[in-house]
Design a protein around this ligand. Structure first.
Ligand code: ADP
Ligand code: MG
Length: 688
């Protein structure tokens, strides 16, 4: 029998040399089967011609006509302008960049077919830089299929994808990949016909369904993909059971004593989650637990109590935060909380260099440091622990799978460390079962007492001066404020420029106040100095970029102004706003939006204004993204999906769940194949 496509390397296809193979490898594509499962992101309809008189703006269309006029226009920018007619109307094609060859070809009387999106321009409907071809003989055929647009990486063009996929499709009939879920799912499509259809949809395919990811051929594959991830999680759980983790006895007395030294009492939710964690630490299999808790729910304290138990059993803990700012803040909290306890807390960041670095590395290796806090620097090869018992990862969405796994490798003596992952990003239960199938979950569903919800208002940025003067009054009565500048354009520098400009204007407008600045491009030491000064109350108004988004804790800051909030996702706004409302003061958040707001933006900002509940906000965020955004997120937690995306495919999770169960019960021998087909084993599944 001939080899299955999963075993035929992609290099067997025409046009795939070492260079292209290398690029494909980066996308996880090794075999011809992988090419087949690299599915189009969207489609274009080049199968029919739209009469010029019937053009709708902002849709990809083909038009055909005869050139009536070709001219160079000198406006703000020189452009080649072509007027084209087809008997139903006239349309303009405009080229800001053009060669003399192009200019010579595009002459009155010439017949053209173009593809692109029309917009309303200075001379009515215009196409800017459309793709076009000259039509010399009247019979140039149109495409018979919708045109697939593939997700890609630098240096691999759409033509190359089409070439690869059409070669792979040709092999599909002769060596069809096994249809692994056909028995368990009602569908008009089997695996082969679904792949065929999606790489080459017929001209009459329903483009809207395809664009929304709701076509039955897509659903056939999505269910299989979700089931595969569910099975992969199960498989991982089994593997984990074979691993040994350090046994950490439950130490209720220790934790009780520790609680008594705190300035506050842990909430019931914190205590419950701590006991869930501690019970699991006392097992000899590694804990894999995700702690979800809204912004400000006190996840750090939960981590501290778990740490205490591990350290008191003689093992080390590594605590990793996504930014230096946040890691430093955790360091300060732990140093304060553990100051009278025999716990040596160490610090390691990318900036720890030379002698200091050597010393800390040797202390880690000798178990003189029981708790190491830092950034991803603590993943590095050179860091070797004497007896690592637990890894804590804060705000996990900021870390990649590889980073997390490399820390997992650091345990020794045949042990795998326990893992505690903390996040403020809520995730629906059904999705959790797929994206984190090998994790257990604890939820801190309560905020510390006395938290007042942050009052949030929407204010037009035209009234910025009034806002500044309100901030001034508040600061003069002893309060502190954040003034957050967000990205105005896509370009990276602008965030920074906006922050610097705002810093300057506020500094001039509010001479009575001390205004500080913190942004991502600052030297880390300057960043920390600014944060310390703010925390110590030496700065009244801290102008910042979104570097302060995650975790920063300055309880006396009770006002936050956010510029261009419409540019940010709701989850991010909620995170940012979580920097205030941490102290006893009434807190305010001003969303300083730019007029005019689209109705969707307005609806989104209203969600933030009206709710302080992270779960509710996340749900509304999903809803409001709506069909306007074709594809939601393909990355959830550590898992990335090829065809499924969220939230739009959440409704398929229960179906996938039962398909996964059926496979487990009735065809367990296909589990490995389905997992390998859909899940990238190299990024986390291979070795846990
Ligand atoms: P997050 O869950 O967002 O990471 P943090 O751990 O930063 O929250 O905690 C937010 C603030 O609440 C910190 O100042 C912390 O010291 C404080 N805190 C934590 N637990 C309690 C509690 N039980 N009562 C009062 N304050 C608490
Ligand atoms: Mg936190």
């Amino acid at each position: 029998m001939s080899k299955p496509l999963a075993e035929i390397p992609v290099t067997s296809l025409r046009g795939v040399g070492p260079s292209l193979a290398g690029k494909l490898l980066k996308l996880g594509i090794y075999s011809v089967e992988d090419v087949l499962f690299h599915l189009p992101l969207r489609y274009q309809d080049r199968t029919r011609i739209t009469p010029i008189g019937a053009i709708q703006t902002d849709a990809d269309i083909v038009v055909e006509g005869t050139i009536k006029l070709a001219d160079i226009a000198f406006g703000k920018r020189r452009s080649l302008v072509i007027r084209m007619q087809d008997g139903t109307g006239t349309v303009t094609l405009r080229f800001f960049y053009f060669s003399s060859h192009q200019k010579n070809n595009l002459k009155p009387g010439v017949k053209l077919r173009c593809f692109g999106q029309a917009r309303r321009g200075s001379s009515g409907l215009e196409f800017y830089h459309p793709e076009y071809e000259l039509i010399e003989d009247d019979d140039v055929p149109l495409n018979k299929h919708l045109t697939a647009i593939y997700p890609t990486t630098e240096g691999v063009g759409q033509k190359q994808w089409r070439n690869l996929c059409s070669q792979a499709i040709k092999q599909l009939q002769d060596r069809p990949p096994a249809d692994l879920i056909g028995n368990y799912l009602q569908s008009d499509f089997d695996l082969v016909s679904a792949l065929h259809y999606l790489h080459n949809p017929p001209a009459d395919a329903q483009l809207e369904l395809l664009s929304a990811g709701k076509h039955p051929a897509q659903i056939r594959l999505i269910v299989e993909e979700l089931a595969a991830h569910r099975l992969a999680g199960e498989h991982l759980r089994q593997l984990q059971k074979n691993n040994h983790a350090p046994l950490v006895p439950v130490a209720p007395k220790l934790l009780e004593e520790f609680s008594r030294t705190l300035a506050f009492t842990p909430t019931d939710a914190q205590s419950r989650v701590v006991s869930e964690i501690c019970a699991e630490l006392s097992q000899t299999q590694p804990m894999m637990r995700l702690v979800q808790g809204d912004v400000g729910s006190g996840k750090t304290l939960v981590a501290a109590m778990a740490t205490l138990q591990v350290v008191s059993a003689g093992f080390q803990v590594a605590f990793m935060a996504p930014t230096e700012l946040l890691a430093e803040q955790h360091l300060a909290s732990f140093q304060l909380w553990f100051k009278d306890l025999p716990v040596n807390v160490g610090w390691l960041s990318g900036r720890t260099k030379g002698k200091a670095r050597e010393r800390i590395l040797s202390e880690i290796a000798e178990n003189q440091i029981q708790l190491l806090i830092g950034t991803h620097a603590i993943f590095q090869e050179k860091v070797s622990f004497k007896s690592l018992g637990m890894v804590i990862v804060d705000e996990q969405h900021r870390f990649g799978v590889q980073q997390r796994l490399s820390l997992n490798e650091k345990a020794n003596g045949g042990y795998k460390p326990h893992q505690l992952v903390m996040t403020a990003t809520p995730i629906p239960r059904s999705l959790f079962m797929v994206a984190y199938a090998n994790f257990d979950c604890s939820i801190i569903d309560e905020l510390p007492p006395g938290r007042k919800p942050v009052s949030t208002v929407l204010i037009d940025s035209a009234r910025r001066d009034q806002v500044a003067s309100r901030v001034k009054d508040a600061c003069e009565s002893g309060k502190q404020a954040y003034w957050v500048c967000t990205q105005i354009t896509e370009d990276e520098e602008s965030d920074l420029q906006a922050a610097e400009a705002t810093f300057k204007t506020l500094h001039e407008a509010l001479p009575e106040l001390t205004v500080g600045l913190v942004h991502g491009k600052m030297k880390p030491s300057d960043k920390l100095t600014a944060m310390h000064a703010f925390k110590a109350g030496e700065i009244d108004v801290l102008v910042a970029t979104t570097v302060i988004e995650v975790g920063v804790d300055v309880p006396n800051a009770s006002i936050m102004v956010i510029e261009n909030p419409e540019r940010l996702g709701l989850a991010q706004l909620h995170q940012l706003r979580g920097r205030v409302g941490r102290g006893p003061e009434e807190s305010y958040c001003v969303l300083l939006f730019k007029h005019p707001l689209s109705s969707n933006s307005h609806a989104r900002l209203r969600v933030i204004r009206d709710s302080n509940d992270g779960f509710h906000i996340a749900e509304q965020d999903f809803k409001l993204r709506g069909p306007g955004v074709v594809h939601g997120t393909k990355q959830v937690g550590y898992t990335s999906f090829k065809v499924a995306s969220f939230p739009e495919h959440e409704y398929l999770l229960s179906c996938a769940e039962s398909v996964a169960e059926s496979i487990q019960s009735f065809s367990p021998d296909t589990t490995r194949t389905i997992i390998e087909r859909w899940c990238d084993l190299d990024t986390g599944y291979a070795d846990v």
